[in-house]
Ligand binder design. Sequence first.
Ligand code: IVH
Length: 712
Amino acid sequence: MYTQSDQKSLYERSKAYLQADHAVHTQAPAQQHADLSALIIYHEWRYYIQNDPVLSDYEYDQLFKQLEKIETEHPELLNADSPTQRVSADLTEEFSQVEHLTPMLSLANSYNAEDLNDWDASIKRFLNIDPETELAYGVEPKFDGGSIALVYENDVLVRAATRGNGVIGEEITNNAKVIRSIPLKAAFSQYGIHRVELRGEVLIRKDIFEKMNAKRAAEGVTLFANARNTATGGLRIKDPKEVAKRGLEAFIYTLGYAVDKEGNNVLGQFSTHLESLETLEKLGFKVPVQERKLCKNIQEVIDFCNYWQQQREGYAYEIDGMVAKVNSRELQERSGFTSHHPRWAIAFKFQAKQATTKLLNVEYQVGKIGSITPVAKLDPVQLAGVTVSSVSLHNEDFITSRDLRLGDTVLVERAGDVIPYIVKAMDELRDGSETPIVFPQFCPVNSTDIPVELVREGEEAAWRCPNCVCGAQDLQRIIFHVSKDAMDIDGMGKQIVERFYELGWVTNFADVYRLDYAQLAQLEGFGPKSAANLEAAIEKAKKNPIHRLLYSLCIHHFGKKVSKLIAAEINHVMELKDWQFEDFTKIKDVGPVVAKNIIDFFQVWTNIEMLGEMESLGVNMTQTEEDRPKVAAEGAVFSGKTILFTGTLNKMGRKEAQEKAEAAGAKNISAVSKNLDILVVGDEAGSKLKKARELGTVTILTEDEFLAMITF
Ligand code: IVH
């Protein structure tokens, strides 16, 4: 359909239209009209046919709006086959085609509070309602699956169809019948309804989707790209038995058409949108319940949309926004439709989680133990509300497994709190000018003339610089040493350490504790107050429990957990100098690799000397009974269990609670899933509690019950 070079140029022209590119925006209107039409048709093909869009919905909408604007300003350019004149189609020849009882239209989109306020004002204008009057809206998720229209006659499901081009869809009744959430019979006749058409969305629950993919991975079959495509694809499988295996579900969100035996419209008996949803719920349909809300004005709509934007990741189904609908059916009827969408409803689209951009360059960073991390420099792109211009490529295998090349257009994703990452390169947009990313053989960070060859040991994924001659690793180690998880020196962030390092004030850990605060107070941007604050933070850090100090030494594989296990066994840090291999490995969960690394560390004379200096500068090296980590005994109350705290705790902080749980043998995890054993709920616990209840396998404890069970 489109060649690679077509696609590349379509993509680049789209981006030119989306940016303030003078060259395209000053072309003759007819040229811009032809261009934008072609671009939109291409993006619709990528979205609806290929199921693999290269633009975010927001970007697509911007192109569409530009085309609409040109057509409003130059009506002579409007022709019947302009993309503005039809809804996109996904018809194939395989299923028989049926006409919907009423057209399945799209929704207008909004992206922020301002858009929603504008929409609220425009409906009131259209309905001649005073702008100060509050309009009530029903708000529910915008499910991200495949739309479906169901027709019931005489209480029996007689037809199911996909959306198709909005007017004509594909008949998939047999497939719909294997979806258990679609009732085959429903008692519409008790409402005097003879014939009815319902609209809804077919979806796969996220955890079921993940299981299906895990199974496919185990079988060595190609993985499904995402839950949405698996649902839409599932609806159109020719064999209903195969459809049944996909675990599809249908949410119904509209009752769009209902007539009695004489063909009279009987929708009027449901005075609001939410009332019709409640009726459908009573009739046995799956409708949004917890996730819908009657909002009494547009501000409540905005708040509810924002709330769901935050909750999105924790929700069991893929949703890409919320839909607000004027609740009163009478007002819905009065406001009517444009050719494209109802005036009484609007989609609030969540910020895009994915975007495409150019991979411009790869830079390398060295870590505290010498690991070399490649970092991709990207053409800056907006992703879920932040500008992303660089992302980690982790290691060489990450680059080779994705066949990433310099100059590639890449798909970047940022989901929830997850750090942005590259999903894939869009290889169909390559033009041959892309060049391979060659991982360096010698330390790329090294600023001296002495080359240091990188090594890759055993099973490790990272290349490492084994013999740092340039000090770059010392700097990284100091940054780690003072960081929050290690010695936790407040006010000594990365940039400040870098500055002190450049000034030659800190070259190893001991230097941190002999800063000259009088000199510091003279430093530009500091002053006596900041110097005094830093001094106080450093004095506080000197008293840290020794497990923090052990962790802060940057010994390879010496993580937080092992630091605590070892700290629990000693009275003074220097004892470790005399520990033998077996002294380490006899501690449960301390492995041979870390044992060897600790022994190596304590054999280096300069390390011993540095620890000695630190102690003489006041850094605590002695264990106290109060600080001694409580290591869970075998058979501790929560031994082998996973735990999660949610809601506001009253008797302890979140961190303290997690430490107590750990001491009682539990492992803290961050999400409610089948893997969770215990959920401890504080005040105002929300979606996590709900999900745990739904799972039915999680033990739910109150804060008091939890405290009563632990012995520490
Ligand atoms: S109402 C006439 N409500 O979004 C009003 N649509 O662009 C029709 N969708 O493909 C739509 N969740 O399938 C409505 N709660 C919801 C929805 C929803 C998902 C889909 C719908 C359509 C698209 C509209």
